[in-house]
Design a protein around this ligand. Structure first.
Ligand code: AMP
Length: 302
């Protein structure tokens, strides 16, 4: 079951209390694709500039990631720069150079139009809608967004959300989108906008999922070394959607397992800068940590 992802492919410059990485591979579609491709074939739609080298492309090659939809344009690749606070729980955007991303118009190759699952990365909701108009009815439409679009393009975002099955956002975005401070009330309001499943990410404090089956909570995996949280949200989405791609339905058990798989992959992502840790990840490491996750919250019949 193939997954279509549309989002940013970027160079990131990231400062954390533990170091700095200069112009390394980033972008929502990059993190998502590498994570999701561990489970199912991924069709990547995005744009890069002429400065995007073979070394960066190598991160995607040799994996189940199709690059026909990765457009190359004259100019520079999107560049984002961020700086994290001491506890790594908040970050400031220092610079966003859209470069070729400014004129990005997602064109979905004919081969991708029948992808069963679509993940709309955090881009302009107008473009997200244009993507949906180019694909045949997918089994699952999942979506990410951010404060910038909630405050700047709410009407367009509402149109997109009406066609979304799974929305993945953080707690501040859920409050802003719903106008409700209480997260349970916020979830009710947002689910009424369209997404039947809402996944609210809370950084190191884990994830809360609201679906037709009720609520499910997962903690963040307790890690001794957290290095760089960039991309954790997109990596979570890759693990979550990747797991659902291999599942027969979105029943309660599969959704819960998807949350734990997303959390497992995100916990690896933060252990190193950029996609460095994800690119060396083995199936065995994933399975071991997935099992640890189970033991972490299990309190009966151990
Ligand atoms: P996350 O930490 O999961 O929110 O994802 C961070 C990634 O999103 C970084 O690799 C950035 O390159 C990318 N990013 C940051 N700002 C934007 C933006 N305005 N549009 C698209 N992608 C962005």
């Amino acid at each position: 079951m193939s997954i279509l992802v549309v989002g940013s492919v970027a160079y990131d410059t990231v400062e954390t209390p533990f170091g700095k990485a200069e112009s390394v591979l980033g972008g929502s579609a990059s993190f998502f694709s590498v994570a999701a491709a561990l489970f199912a074939p991924v069709n990547l739609v995005g744009i890069v500039g002429s400065d995007f080298g073979e070394k960066q492309l190598d991160a995607f090659r040799g994996r189940s990631i199709d690059l026909e939809g990765l457009e190359r344009a004259e100019g520079k690749t999107f560049h984002w720069q961020g700086r994290y606070s001491y506890d790594l729980n908040s970050r400031d955007t220092i610079r966003t150079d859209l470069n070729v991303f400014e004129f990005f118009k997602p064109r979905i190759p004919a081969n991708y139009r029948r992808s069963e699952i679509v993940f709309l990365g955090n881009i302009d909701p107008v473009l997200q809608l244009e993507v949906l108009e180019q694909v045949a009815k997918p089994r699952i439409v999942a979506c990410d967004t951010m404060n910038f679009w909630i405050s700047g393009k709410l009407a367009a975002l509402e149109k997109t959300l009406a066609r979304v099955d799974v929305l993945l956002i953080n707690d501040a975005e859920a409050r802003q989108l719903s106008g409700e401070w209480n997260i349970v009330k916020a979830a009710r309001v947002i689910r009424a906008m369209g997404p039947r499943t809402l996944v609210i990410k809370k950084g190191e404090h884990g994830v809360l999922m609201f679906s037709e089956h009720g609520a499910f909570a997962a903690p963040g995996y307790p890690l001794e070394s957290v290095f760089d949280p960039t991309g954790a949200g997109d990596t979570f989405a890759g693990g979550f959607i990747g797991h659902l791609a291999g599942a027969e339905s979105e029943n309660d058990q599969n959704l819960r397992r998807a949350v734990i798989m997303g959390s497992t992959l995100a916990s690896f992502c933060v252990e190193a800068f950029s996609l460095d840790r994800l690119l060396t990840l083995t199936r065995r490491e994933i399975d071991e940590r997935f099992l640890h996750f189970k033991r972490l919250t299990h309190f009966e019949n151990l």
